[in-house]
Ligand binder design. Structure first.
Ligand code: ASP
Length: 313
């Protein structure tokens, strides 16, 4: 039994970091989620002998992430963090929905130890795979004294769950934190802290654990565009949607036809929140219909926030 917190629990969920391509130059035609997390760790010589435990929780391309995996993941992370000898948790993940998983974990757990999501844009078989260095950097952050909260570590940057977003389709340096910027930089195995670690209020997890994922409140995103129509909203309301996040134009503005359908939806008990499709910047100011702004959350993260807000208490 160790007398101080130094163990890192590494949880594998799949993604390109565990992906395999048919040739070393194949950066896009590979298959994600093929290698186990133990293999990913074993491939990094500097991690040999490190005090870590590995746990394969899922093996998915994160485009297919679902609430069943989220619930299991949150439980596994909470259990690991509750162990006194555990300093932090690293989660290997796909890049496509990494920001949603990070925000879900931060919202539910708001951990006082570090939970570090990491990923790769190139498969493990690529000539210049980015996964191994990202994994080493994630381990550095998970073991860093004073680190806390859910963060994503990619390309030498530490991003807070609330701010991180995938901002490029294929480049290695694909993630940013919008106006907020990264929390820290990983520099040669050391951290340069740029701003405080994420803080937050944990949810009452029992609420989330108790509910089967199929019963989690249904929330969808609708996007405002030129020529937007209300039919999609009406169809969703008819099908039983509980909440709608509008990815508005610019500062959260909404096409008049879409707005009319959203007003009808609200009259039928559907909760409407406003985000922006811009990709950066907050939605400022009040809306005449009282639909709240989600601040700087991306529409995908706002959807998670609204779903959690609609969970029965
Ligand atoms: N589709 C992959 C995934 O999200 C992409 C990646 O990991 O980069 O699992």
């Amino acid at each position: 039994m160790q007398s101080h917190s130094n163990t890192i629990v590494v949880i594998g969920t799949g993604g390109t970091i565990a992906g395999v391509g048919s040739s070393a130059s194949d950066h896009t035609g590979y298959t994600a989620a093929q290698l186990g997390v133990a293999q990913l760790v074993a491939a990094v010589p500097s991690l040999s002998g490190a005090p870590l435990e590995v746990h394969q929780l899922a093996q998915v391309d994160s485009k297919d992430m679902d609430f069943g995996v989220w619930r299991e993941l949150a439980q596994a992370v909470a259990q690991a963090l509750a162990r006194p000898e555990v300093a932090g948790v690293v989660v290997t993940h796909g890049t496509d929905t990494l920001e949603e998983t990070a925000w879900f974990l931060q919202s539910v757990l708001a951990p006082s130890k570090p939970v570090v999501l990491t990923a790769a844009m190139r498969p493990a078989t690529a000539l210049s795979a980015d996964g191994p260095q990202n994994l080493v950097d994630a381990m550095t952050v998970a073991a860093w004294p004073g680190a806390r909260g859910v963060v994503a570590v990619l390309c030498g940057r530490v991003h807070a769950a609330a701010d991180v977003r995938k901002a490029h389709t294929y480049q290695v340096d694909a993630f940013d934190s919008g106006d907020a910027g990264p929390v820290a930089l990983v520099e040669a195995g050391s951290l340069r802290l740029l701003r405080p670690w994420p803080e937050g209020q944990a949810l009452d997890w029992e609420r989330v654990w108790a509910l089967e994922p199929a019963a989690w409140p249904w929330v969808e995103i609708v996007t405002s565009t030129a020529g937007a129509r209300g039919e999609a909203v009406r169809a969703l309301v008819h099908a039983g949607v509980r909440g709608l996040v509008v990815a508005g134009t610019g500062n959260g503005s909404i096409h008049r036809d879409l707005e009319a359908a959203l007003a009808e939806a609200q009259a039928q008990g559907v909760t409407v929140w406003r985000a922006s499709r811009c990709g950066a910047g907050p939605v400022l100011g009040a809306h005449p219909r009282g639909w709240p702004s989600v601040g700087t959350l991306t529409p995908a993260k706002a959807r998670v926030a609204l779903m959690l807000a609609l969970m029965p208490v």
